[in-house]
Design a protein around this ligand. Sequence first.
Ligand SMILES: [Zn+2]
Length: 338
Amino acid sequence: MEKVLTVKTKEELKISSLKRGEIHRFQIHISDNALGVPWRVPLVVVRGIEKGPVLGITAAVHGDELNGISTIFKLIEEIDPKKLKGSLVLVPIVNVPGYLLNQRYFSDNVDLNRIMPGKKEGGPPSNIFANFFINKIVKKFDYLLDMHTASHGRVNSLYLRADLEVEETRTLAYLQNPHIIVQKSDEQGTLRSWANENGIPCITVEIGNPNAFQKNLVDETLDGVLNTMKYLKMIKGKVRDMVTDAFVCDHSYWIHSKRGGIVEVFPKLSDEITEGQVIAKVYDVFGQVKEEVIADKSGVVIGKNVRPNCDGGTRILHLGVNLIEPEPEEIPGHEDFE
Ligand SMILES: [Zn+2]
C-alpha cells in the first residue's frame, strides 16, 4: 500500500520552533507562480539534541543538476538526530521550476546562480524567488555546501570551487578531499559569493554530470560531508586527513574550438595534460579534420564537452592550471558552538 504523505507548508524556516532530536520534512513558500499557486521548496531539517552549528546543504540551484539530491538523501539515512549536535538543513531542490522543466535556468530563463541575492521588489520573477530563498532559508545557516554538476552536454570530475585564501573556506574545501580544487575568488551573483560576503562560509561542490545519479561520486561527496560534520563536531568521529590526493589549481579556464563541426575530445576527466598536446579534433561532416585543438598550458582536466555537434567557439575542455602543492595543513581547531 502506498504511504500517504502530508507535508506542511511554512512561510519561513524557524529552526528554534522545531523539536530537537527529530527529522522534520516540510516546504517553504517562496514566491507564487502565474496560477497564484506558491512555489514551494522542499526542506528536510535534522535537528540535533544538543546545540551546535547549522549546516545548510543546497542542491539543484540549477534544475538539471541532480547528484546533490542523491547525496542529501543518503545523508538523511546516515544521520541519527539523537546523536547530532546542531542542525542540518537540507534543500534537495532549490530551483523548483527549473527542476520541473529539467533545465538549468529558472522558468524565466534566468540563471539563479548569477543573480543572488535577487531583488525583493522582483524584476524578472527569478529575482523575487532568489530574494525570498535567501531571506527565508539561507540566512539561517552557519555554513553552506552548495551542490552542483557540469552543465548540459558536458561532464565533470568531482571538483570544488572555493576561496583558498580564506582559512574557513579553505578548510571546508580540504575536508571534502575531492579530485580537484580550483581557487575561486567569489564570482558575483553566485550563492557562494552571497553567503561568504554575509559571514556564512560556503564552497561549491561540483559533482559529475547533469541529469544523473552517479553513485561513486555521490558516495565520495557524502564522505566529505560527513568529514566536515566531524570537523564541526556535529557528529562523533575522527576527522580524516585533509587533501590526500586532490589536484589544487590556482586558476581554471575553458579551451574553445575555433571551427564548427563534429568534435571529439581525447583526454579523460582528471587526466594531466601537457602544453602543446592535441586535446581535440574538429571534423567536417565528410570526416576530414578541420582543426586540431591544442592545449596552450599544462594542467588537469576538470571537465569536458561530450556533445559531438558543435558550432565554432564551443567550450571543449575545462583546464585547471598552475597546480599548487597543498601544504600538509594542520587542521585548525574548531571551537564548540554556544
Ligand atoms: Zn550548477
